[in-house]
Design a protein. Sequence first.
Length: 118
Amino acid sequence: MSALSAAPSPAVVRLGEVMRLAAIDAGGVARILERHPRTVQRWLKRQTSPRPATREMLLGLDGVIERLAGVIDPAVAEHWLFTPVPALGDERPVDRIRAGRAGDVLDLIDAIGEGVFA
């Protein structure tokens, strides 16, 4: 496969947009997805595409990051994802995302946005 021949994944295109919105760089995304930063950079440059399971995780992450950016300061969004949260049974939001349970995190973010949790 030649460089730039990979078809852009809609999940990756959206990821680039959401990263700008939430001030999270490729290194942060790599940390969240447990991938190497160069892998994320290759996705963003359309040199490669993520595998199907990773694309599904990306879609969940996109939604979480986008909604989170509207509720908390983007400068602390990445930190929040790695902090145990009592409302999630002291699990970290990133662990729920990795487990395919981004919906739990989205529900929590909505509750925070409505003032239910501080």
